[in-house]
Design a protein around this ligand. Structure first.
Ligand code: C2E
Ligand code: MG
Ligand code: MG
Ligand code: MG
Length: 285
C-alpha cells in the first residue's frame, strides 16, 4: 500500500498530470465558445407508459456537437460546466428548448405530453435567484411550465442546502413536477423523498441490467415500486434493454419504462416520427 501511495504522490508531478490540467483548461475555453456558437443539441429519449404502450414523456439529454471531435455526451463536459458558471446558461437553454418542444408536441401529439430535464444539485445551486421572472416570461409566449419534469440527483455536498429546496419549490409553484433520478444508488434517497416533494422515482439502470425472476435486483425493484406507490409516487425504470426486463418490471407494477429496447435518445425530428408511429407493442418474449 505504502509503495502505491508513494507512486501516486510521484504521479502527481509527472508531465501527464500537466497535460491533464492543460486539456482541462482547453475544454473550459472551448465550452465558452460552444455556448456562444450554438454547438449544443438536445436529444429526447421516449418514456413509455406500461399500461397503454403510449409515449407519454421524453427525457431531454444534452449533446455537444464539437466541430473537431464530433458528438460529445454530457458526462464529458457537464462536470466542467459545473465548475464554471456556464452550467446555468446551458441549463436555461436546455430548459427553454424542452418547453418549446413540449408545446409543439402538446399541440400535435398529446395535450398531456411532458419533457423531463436533468438538473444536478450543483446546477440548481448555481441557478439564478430571479428564476420566477424567467419562468414568468415562458408564460408570456404561451408556453406551459407544467409540461416540464425536473430530474434531480443526490449530492451529499449540497443536499442540505435550504436554497436548493426553495428553488425546487419555485419550480413546483409553476406547475413543474420533480423526479428523483438514479434512485437507489445514493445515500440519502429516502430523506430526499420527504424533503423535495418528489412526484416520480427513476429506478437506476444498475438494478435493471441483470434483472431476472427471484434475483436480489428483482426484490429491490419490487420494494422500491411498492414503497413509491404507498407514498403516492409514480415509478419510471431506466435502462431497459430486453423484453424480459420490461415484462418483469411491468409485472412488478412499474408505471413507466425507458431504455434502448424502445428507443435511443433521438433528435427532435426523429422523436416526432417515433411518436407518429403510435403506441409501442411489447416485443414477444
Ligand atoms: P441520466 O439522467 O440518468 O440519463 C440516462 C442516461 O442513460 C443517458 O445517458 C441515456 O442515454 C442512457 N440510457 C438510456 N437508456 C439506456 C439503456 O437502455 N442502456 C444504457 N446502457 N444506457 C441507457 P447520457 O445521455 O449519456 O447522459 C448521462 C447523464 O448526463 C444523465 O444521466 C444526466 O445525469 C446527465 N445529463 C444529461 N443531460 C443533461 C443536462 O441537460 N443537464 C444536466 N445537468 N445533466 C445532464
Ligand atoms: Mg435523468
Ligand atoms: Mg438516471
Ligand atoms: Mg445517471
Amino acid at each position: 500500500v505504502a509503495k502505491q501511495e508513494g507512486r501516486n504522490r510521484y504521479h502527481f508531478f509527472t508531465p501527464s498530470m500537466h497535460e491533464a490540467t492543460r486539456s482541462h483548461m482547453l475544454l473550459v475555453n472551448e465550452l465558452h465558445g460552444a455556448v456562444m456558437e450554438d454547438q449544443f443539441e438536445v436529444y429526447y429519449q421516449p418514456i413509455i407508459e406500461f399500461s397503454t404502450g403510449k409515449v407519454k414523456k421524453a427525457e431531454a439529454l444534452i449533446r455537444w456537437n464539437h466541430p473537431k471531435l464530433g458528438v460529445i455526451g454530457p458526462v464529458g463536459f457537464i462536470p466542467v460546466a459545473e465548475e464554471t458558471r456556464l452550467i446555468s446558461r446551458i441549463g436555461d437553454w436546455v430548459l427553454q428548448q424542452a418547453v418549446i418542444e413540449a408545446a409543439r408536441l402538446r399541440e400535435t401529439y398529446d395535450p398531456e405530453f411532458q419533457i423531463s430535464v436533468n438538473k444536478s444539485p450543483v446546477q440548481l445551486e448555481a441557478d439564478n435567484v430571479e428564476y420566477s421572472s424567467w419562468l414568468e416570461s415562458l408564460k408570456v409566449y404561451g408556453l406551459q411550465p407544467n409540461s416540464i419534469v425536473i430530474e434531480i440527483t443526490e449530492n451529499l455536498l449540497v443536499d442540505t442546502k435550504e436554497s436548493t429546496r426553495r428553488k425546487l419549490l419555485l419550480f413546483k409553484d409553476y406547475g413543474m413536477e420533480v423526479a428523483l433520478d438514479d434512485f437507489g444508488t445514493g445515500y440519502s434517497s429516502l430523506a430526499y423523498l420527504k424533503k423535495f416533494y418528489i412526484n416520480y422515482i427513476k429506478i437506476d439502470r444498475s438494478f435493471v441490467n441483470n434483472l431476472s425472476p427471484h434475483s436480489s435486483d428483482m426484490v429491490l425493484c419490487e420494494a422500491m415500486i411498492g414503497m413509491a406507490h404507498k407514498l403516492g409516487l409514480k415509478v419510471v425504470a431506466e435502462g431497459i434493454e430486453t423484453p424480459e426486463q420490461a415484462a418483469l418490471l411491468k409485472a412488478a407494477g412499474c408505471d413507466y419504462g425507458q431504455g434502448f429496447l424502445y428507443a435511443m435518445p433521438l433528435r427532435k425530428e426523429e422523436l416526432e416520427k417515433f411518436l407518429q408511429a403510435g403506441p409501442v407493442t411489447e416485443p414477444a418474449l
